[in-house]
Design a binder for this molecule. Structure first.
Ligand code: SF4
Length: 357
């Protein structure tokens, strides 16, 4: 199914009385009906786990399952999507289409021919699959991958989600991200203008980051010129270095009220044209250590919206356009580390993604 025109009216949400440019409403406007995401685990690993750039992974990430030896058959990926579609259909009767969401691990970390086969097979499952959302790291998007996504986005909605987290290298180091903010700037500057949507994941409440620092990250979103953002509160799950530190009392999570104020302050600085795909993060209750308040997602969302209304503001109220229009920045040279690029530009199926036909 050809993708309807994107950005039909970027500010339509304001006329609808919303306080932020919410994702669900934006998709509905674009496609003329409800669109649901279906999460897929295609068996990827991560260069921050398999030793290409580091081992151990990010301190908050439960990556024990990202063993380089795990295998997911392409058939199984297709089954995941079909089962997910059926399960959404049972819950909602008015769904118009689906987005296949490649969520766990680093979903562009595989030989590019294999990525093409995976993404095209997924889109071919049904006319109802209107697009792809692909989560990855900013140091894992070489030109070959961006060209593939550019081609796919001529016929479908494609969103590339970069784990930016923060603009501060010291925080990225604390998380053991094994990339720096320069990789994010480089990836976004090479992604812009190719027809797919560029989304940045942000974590609020990182230890050592002051309120002023988080607001500077909000301003950096404007300088980068991404199309969408996902906000997450820092949360700790069992079996991770962060979880151990939280249990030992070495790290405190943000309090709920502080988070609400920070999200509103943050979104006031985000351009009204940017789509807000998430305003909090959580984990299954069995694994979540802290904070427990993030499990009450609907109440949290309502509290954030109410805070906007109490202030009489909305997303973008305090946004100022960056000094340089991001669209004017020239496309830079590719900074993808050679250790990652060599895995993606390999011919054939091995060794990164162990997906089998
Ligand atoms: S980059 Fe993503 S997948 Fe890799 S360890 Fe960090 S959070 Fe996990």
């Amino acid at each position: 199914m050809p993708s309807p025109p994107k950005n039909v009216d970027q500010l339509a949400w304001q006329h609808e009385g919303l306080v932020l440019n919410a994702f669900g409403a934006a998709l509905k406007r674009r496609h003329g009906g409800r669109i649901q995401r279906v999460s897929i685990d295609a068996g990827f690993t991560c260069p921050n786990v398999d030793g290409a750039v580091a081992r151990g992974g990010c301190n908050f990430c439960d990556n024990r399952s990202f063993s380089p030896s795990r295998r997911v058959r392409l058939k199984r990926v297709i089954e995941q999507l079909e089962t997910g579609i059926q399960s959404v259909r049972r819950r909602y009767h008015n769904v118009q289409g689906f987005i296949a969401y490649f969520q766990p691990a680093t979903n562009t970390y595989a030989p590019v021919d294999q990525l093409a086969e995976l993404f095209e097979s997924t889109l071919a499952v049904s006319d109802e699959v209107v697009g792809l959302a692909i989560g990855t790291r900013p140091d894992c998007a070489p030109e070959s991958v961006l060209e593939l996504l550019e081609n796919l986005s001529r016929r479908h909605d494609v969103s590339l989600e970069y784990g930016m987290q923060t603009m501060y290298d010291e925080s990225l180091q604390w998380m053991n991200r094994a990339h720096c903010h320069e990789h994010m700037v480089n990836a976004v500057d090479r992604s812009r203008g190719r027809g797919f949507e560029c989304c940045a994941h942000i974590i609020l409440g990182l230890p050592g980051e002051t309120h002023a620092m988080m607001m500077e990250t909000a301003n950096e979103i404007g300088r980068l010129g991404v199309d969408a953002i996902k906000l997450h509160n820092l949360y700790a799950v069992t079996g991770t270095p962060l979880g151990d530190q939280v249990i030992a009392g070495e790290i405190q999570m943000m309090q709920r009220d502080d988070y609400i104020q920070t999200v509103v302050d943050f979104l006031e600085r985000i351009s009204p044209a940017v789509i807000v795909e998430r305003i909090s993060g959580d984990a299954p209750p069995d694994y979540l250590i802290e904070p427990k308040w993030c499990l009450e997602k609907s109440a949290l969302r309502l509290a954030i919206e109410n805070e906007f209304r109490r202030r009489g503001t909305r997303q973008g109220s305090r946004f100022s356009s960056p000094a340089t229009d991001p669209a004017e920045r020239p496309r830079p040279a590719d900074l993808t580390p050679p250790e990652i690029r060599s895995q993606i530009e390999k011919r054939g199926r091995l060794p990164v993604l162990k997906m089998q036909p």
